[in-house]
Design a protein around this ligand. Structure first.
Ligand code: ARG
Length: 433
């Protein structure tokens, strides 16, 4: 590791302790580095505005930061443990190429607001990606409902046969969930869209920093005003981002559960494409829904990360180095969760319902509820209609699943899916990327 930016004189540094404290931080910073560079540029411009840097110095720093970005992206500049963290790497690079001018970058900022702003920009990007992924899932599900709204299938409660449902009802139910999840991602993005840069170590600085400029330059919708709160929001905003991700993965888990049941020989409701299943290493007869199961398990990855984060946030006000450990679970959960989300549209498109088989599984008793309601509508007290419905024999045998669906017209029900309403809402939460 090179000298530390905070090193003064010759006080000795214990390598073992330093390695423990740095941990994998500099490696994790690879995911945050470009955001740190963008924010550093805005900070330098702000320093020009208040005369701490000359225009020429500001320009040199901006150019060098841009060169560093290019070198980093094409692999010429590697973020390795020769640096304590990404922040130190930026200052080291600027000092290398610009000498004394490079050393001026850190006036008026601390690594505490530097890591905050880089993470905030990263979160914003990932929430955009989540919004996009949820929207695409919802669109794919709704398209499937629109293409085939009325194929009858058994409806379950308690995993027991209940009433007739339809594949359109199943697809549309999950479509609505992902519309909500897309909206939540957008709301969460708006909630965290506050600029912490310019709060320094958590107490501000004795300079009239141009925070309005950095807020605008970094595209934030507001400035996070109180420096102590800016520090306290580290981890808090990450947690809310993982909550939004977790909501989406809860629905992924439900879909995966349904599919894993539907593809068993006992249900035999669907087939999955070969490329979504795998063989067994020992049993030649098997095709396993491993992909579906790993998608189901993905919620666990995010929930685990969220627990880890939450456990770390038991802290008094202000910056504490504990917060560094929030990075690993955050990055891991977002990487894994967004990978899972990106696979979902293909999984949804790949489902083939076995229409004949679904229909054959519907027995006349599943029409009993419809019959009871029908008699109640004609004036029989519902409780009496309920008691007589099961014994209705022929009346039940004459009903078809298609009838049952067509007459289930309460808004949202299989006979009245209101897919146009869902389509309208989906259009209203379309990401503008
Ligand atoms: N790697 C550190 C973190 O993630 C950067 C901030 C260091 N600040 C400090 N005061 N030691 O928190």
């Amino acid at each position: 590791m090179a000298d530390f930016i905070w090193q003064k004189g010759r006080a000795s540094v214990d390598e073992r302790i330093m390695r423990f404290m740095a941990g994998e931080d500099v490696i994790l910073d690879r995911e945050l580095f470009v955001y740190d560079l963008t924010a550093s540029r805005a900070h330098a411009e702000g320093l020009v505005h208040i005369g701490v840097l000359t225009t020429d110095e500001g320009q040199q720093i901006s150019n060098a930061l841009e060169s560093l970005r290019v070198a980093f992206l094409n692999g010429e500049f590697e973020l390795t443990d020769r640096f304590e963290d990404g922040h130190s790497a930026i200052e080291a690079y600027l000092t290398d190429v610009l000498g004394d001018t490079g050393k001026k970058i850190h006036a008026g900022r601390s690594r505490n607001d530097q890591v905050l702003v880089a993470t905030r920009l990263f979160l914003r990007d990932r929430l955009d990606a989540l919004h996009h992924a949820c929207w695409t899932c919802a669109d794919t599900l709704l398209t499937r409902a629109e293409a085939d709204p009325d194929t009858p299938m058994p409806g379950f409660t308690h995993l027991q046969h209940a009433v007739v449902s339809s594949t359109g009802h199943w697809f549309a139910g999950y479509a609505e969930a992902f519309i909500d999840n897309a909206a939540l991602s957008a709301d969460t993005r708006a909630w965290i869209d506050a600029n912490p840069l310019g709060t320094a170590a958590g107490f501000g600085v004795n300079l009239p920093l141009d925070r309005t400029h950095t807020t605008k330059a970094l595209g934030f919708s507001r400035t996070q005003i109180n420096p102590m709160y800016a520090q306290n929001s580290r981890g808090k905003f990450e947690l809310q981002t993982l909550n939004a991700l977790g909501q989406a993965l809860l629905d992924v888990r439900r879909i995966a559960w349904d599919l894993s049941l539907f593809c068993t020989p006992e249900f035999d409701y669907i087939t999955l494409p070969d490329e979504h299943t795998t063989g067994s290493s020992i049993m030649p007869n098997k095709r396993n829904p491993d992909l579906i199961e790993l998608l189901r398990a993905s919620y666990g990855v995010v929930a685990g990360a969220r627990n880890e984060l939450e456990s770390l946030l038991s802290l008094p006000a202000g910056y504490h180095r504990d917060l560094q450990f929030t990075k690993a679970p955050l990055l891991r959960a977002l990487r894994h969760g967004l990978d899972a989300m990106a696979l979902m549209p293909d999984v949804i498109s790949g489902i083939t319902f076995k229409a004949e088989h679904l229909r054959a599984r519907i027995e006349p008793e599943m029409f009993a509820t419809d019959l009871a309601v029908q008699h109640a509508a004609a004036g029989t007290p519902f409780r009496d209609a309920y008691r007589s419905a099961l014994g209705a024999g022929d009346a039940l045998a004459d009903v078809t699943p298609e009838d049952s669906i067509a007459k289930r017209v309460s808004p949202g029900a299989p006979g009245q899916l209101q897919l146009d309403h869902l389509r309208q809402r989906l259009n209203a939460v379309r990401p503008n990327l």
